[in-house]
Ligand binder design. Structure first.
Ligand SMILES: Nc1ncnc2c1ncn2[C@@H]1O[C@H](COP(=O)(O)OP(=O)(O)OP(=O)(O)O)[C@@H](O)[C@H]1O
Ligand SMILES: [Mg+2]
Length: 269
């Protein structure tokens, strides 16, 4: 298998603490993997390390190769190019990806222009407008002409997340990392966004690294899961295997918590 993503022995540390230890993970093109674990287990840091976006003060070591390109220790310029082609991230809170003072259409236009430049194309004004509207339609945003002229605060949370997804996909990434993309949304919107991601990942032949702490939500979106605890991967297997027979007590406790939560709200999925 030619790996799209190959992580071996990834370590992430602050000045006084090891935050991720000995993490290894390989993903094939078009594969869907879930990264699950409680708050603070190192999921987001892992995502940031893959993108070469670790915050100041954190160091990483080990081997991270994305589309054949080494990430750990790479120069910012190479990383920027990699982020513009190989990978895109969708975060929990879409507002972090959006500029509050810029109309939605213009924000979606920016990565489309970057991608065209990368591919040696120039987009005229009309073409760009059409491309923006098409990108908005791809993520099922209603009334794109009107929404393109709106500011982020005029959109609902679900619509904002759709805009963030449209922007992330503009570079046509091979790997999409979705870091708790639905946690901030109500249950109905959450289901719609999950269905949207599922459709787009299939249509565009992307691989998906789906991060979350809600086991049933993550399991529904991926073929294979990695369970993290305190910076260490404690379990890995196909979603079916891990569901049928969790080997690690911690994974079992995640199931139990999810079950208790469902019972408490009187539901069941
Ligand atoms: N910039 C930083 N400096 C020092 N420690 C950090 C920094 N960012 C994160 N950490 C610590 O690293 C650990 C892992 O954080 P991370 O954000 O990866 O967790 P997570 O699994 O994504 O959690 P959540 O489910 O809450 O998003 C936490 O203990 C956190 O406090
Ligand atoms: Mg996180």
């Amino acid at each position: 298998m030619t790996a799209l993503l190959d992580i071996q022995g990834l370590e992430i540390a602050s000045a006084d603490k090891r935050l991720v230890s000995g993490l290894s993970l390989r993903m094939a093109p078009r594969e869907r993997v879930g990264l699950i674990g409680e708050s603070g287990s190192g999921k987001s840091l892992t995502a940031l390390a893959i993108a070469g976006l670790l915050p100041q003060g954190l160091r990483s070591s080990g081997y991270v190769r994305l589309s054949g390109q080494e990430v750990v220790g790479a120069k910012e310029r190479a990383l920027r190019q990699l982020r513009g082609t190989a990978l895109a991230i969708v975060f929990q809170e879409p507002l972090t990806a959006l500029d509050p003072l810029m109309r939605v259409g213009r924000q979606i236009a920016e990565p489309l222009v970057r991608r065209a430049r990368r591919d040696g194309e120039t987009l005229g004004k009309k073409e760009l407008e059409r491309a923006v509207l098409a990108a908005m339609q791809d993520v099922s945003l209603p009334d794109p002409e009107r929404l393109a002229r709106s500011y982020p605060f005029e959109l609902s949370g679900g619509q904002r997340q759709r805009v963030a997804i449209a922007m992330a996909l503009a570079c046509r990434p091979r790997l999409l990392i979705a870091d708790e993309p639905t946690t901030a949304l109500d249950v109905t919107t959450q289901k719609e966004i999950l269905a949207l991601l599922d459709r787009l990942v299939t249509e565009r032949d992307m691989a998906l690294l789906f991060i979350g702490h809600d086991l049933p939500v993550v399991a529904g979106a991926v073929d294979r899961v990695v369970v993290m605890r305190e910076g260490v991967a404690v379990e890995e297997g196909t979603t079916a295997e891990v569901f049928a027979a969790p080997r690690h007590a911690y994974t079992q406790s995640l199931f139990d918590a999810a079950k208790r939560f469902d019972q408490a709200i009187g539901g069941g999925r």
